[in-house]
Design a binder for this molecule. Structure first.
Ligand code: ADP
Length: 402
């Protein structure tokens, strides 16, 4: 079966076509700058193989409909030979960011499901409308093909009440649904599953701390295979220090800025999301640039690295307490998979807790899952590449088979 995975953003559409028999990627593409003067589409066919081919289109792409149509025409183009026609696709899997409390599992999309996703726009005003655009366009282009929504929040719906409640007036939860939801669920679930396979143990017998460090960063405490706590909250702003997002701050910072710095709530929100985190501390938000700056003696860049890795460490401690016993720690996503310095700094000093890194193994670069802990470490430390597209495709396939 071939599955198309769509991750639709406000001005972009990421797509991937997978052959599920061997889980190989037939095509992987990105439509960018939708609605802008000049749009751009890049698609790589048979990536990483001897038959790899790249197609690029630069032209105005007025809306998601046009973007998706261009992508589908490319995928069906005989010269690439990956798709015989629209009927060649068995299922379409969509990434949907916020499922609120309505979705604990991936779901086949119906009108009622669309209404429920729409209801959750209030909780993810930037993401859910863009995800819905992607779904509507795919429904139009592929009538009759089942469409499945896979929610970023779903994996975290097992978090117990004592961990998802904020200590706020209870009616804010009842009336406004203000609580911790958590994100990156598809990624945390995927790497935890891979880790269980690598360790040769059933996932439901493992306690894992999963650390997703990309532009967005989050950590999850996974007990017997289920999420019991995570660092992101009502929105993806809470928790770890991210590229441009602050993560945890004293909530009174809002009032202070409003009273003393003449900032309104929109400006504060924008600053916390777009101009804080690593970028706020040192002006750089890409970890590669931060290391280069540190090498040149940039003290602020060093501070940014210190603040991020200290926060990581603090959360590991918190989740060790939440879990009681930890079998494995996983690093994943752009920084987690590639940055041995961030990994080493995050783990250093945890030896007393039975967490010890093999620094040589940590320095080796690999695109494959790698064991990073020393033989003496009680807790295994893994670097496991995440693959949200494959995770979505697997979930979608399982659902339509069932
Ligand atoms: P997203 O959260 O947008 O999916 P990624 O998981 O791709 O992002 O992570 C992107 C980030 O990963 C970049 O901003 C950069 O900081 C970091 N990164 C990517 N490659 C490397 C590398 N080789 N070394 C250090 N950091 C890297």
């Amino acid at each position: 079966m071939k599955i198309l995975v769509i991750n639709s953003g406000s001005s972009s559409i990421k797509f991937q076509l997978l052959q599920m028999e061997d889980e190989s990627v037939l095509a992987s593409g990105l439509v960018e700058r939708i609605g802008e003067e000049e749009g751009f589409l890049k698609c790589t066919f048979m990536p990483g193989t001897a038959d790899e081919k790249v197609a690029k289109i630069a032209e105005p792409i007025a809306d998601h409909n046009k973007g998706m149509l261009l992508a589908v025409n490319l995928l069906s183009d005989a010269q690439y030979g990956v798709l015989a026609g629209k009927d060649d696709i068995g299922v379409i899997g969509h990434r949907v960011v916020h499922g609120g409390e309505d979705f604990h599992q991936p779901t086949v999309i119906t009108d009622e499901i669309m209404a429920a996703i729409e209801k959750n726009i209030l909780l993810a005003p930037l993401h859910n409308p863009a995800n819905m655009d992607g779904i509507r366009v795919a429904q139009e282009l592929f009538p009759g093909v089942p469409q499945v929504a896979v929610f970023d929040t779903a994996f975290h719906q097992t978090i117990p009440a004592h961990a998802y409640h904020y200590a706020l007036p209870y009616e804010l939860y009842e009336k406004q649904r203000i609580r911790r939801y958590g994100f990156h669920g598809t990624s945390h679930k995927y790497v935890a599953g891979e880790c269980a396979v690598l360790m040769g143990k059933p996932l439901n017998e493992l306690n894992i701390i999963s650390i997703h460090l990309g532009n967005g960063c989050s950590m999850a405490a996974i007990k017997n295979g289920e999420s019991v706590d995570t660092s992101m909250g009502l929105t993806p702003l809470e928790g770890l220090v991210m590229g441009t997002r602050s993560g945890d701050i004293d909530p009174a910072v809002h009032a202070f800025l409003a009273c003393n710095c003449n900032m309104d709530i929109k400006a504060i929100d924008s600053m916390l999301n777009k101009d804080s985190g690593l970028k706020g501390l040192c002006g750089l938000n890409d970890m590669r640039d931060i290391h280069a700056a540190i090498d040149e003696g940039n003290e602020r860049a060093k501070l940014a690295l210190d603040v991020q890795t200290y926060r990581n460490k603090k959360y590991i401690g918190a989740y060790m307490a939440a879990l009681g016993r930890v079998d494995a720690i996983i690093f994943t996503a752009g920084i987690g998979e590639n940055d041995n310095i961030v990994r080493a700094r995050t783990i250093e000093g945890l030896e007393g807790f039975g967490i010890e890194m093999d620094l040589k193994a940590n320095e080796q670069r690999s695109k494959k899952a790698t064991l990073l802990s020393s033989a003496a470490s009680r807790v295994q430390i893994w670097c496991i590449p995440t693959n949200e597209e494959l995770a979505i495709a697997r979930e979608a396939q399982e659902l339509v088979k069932a």
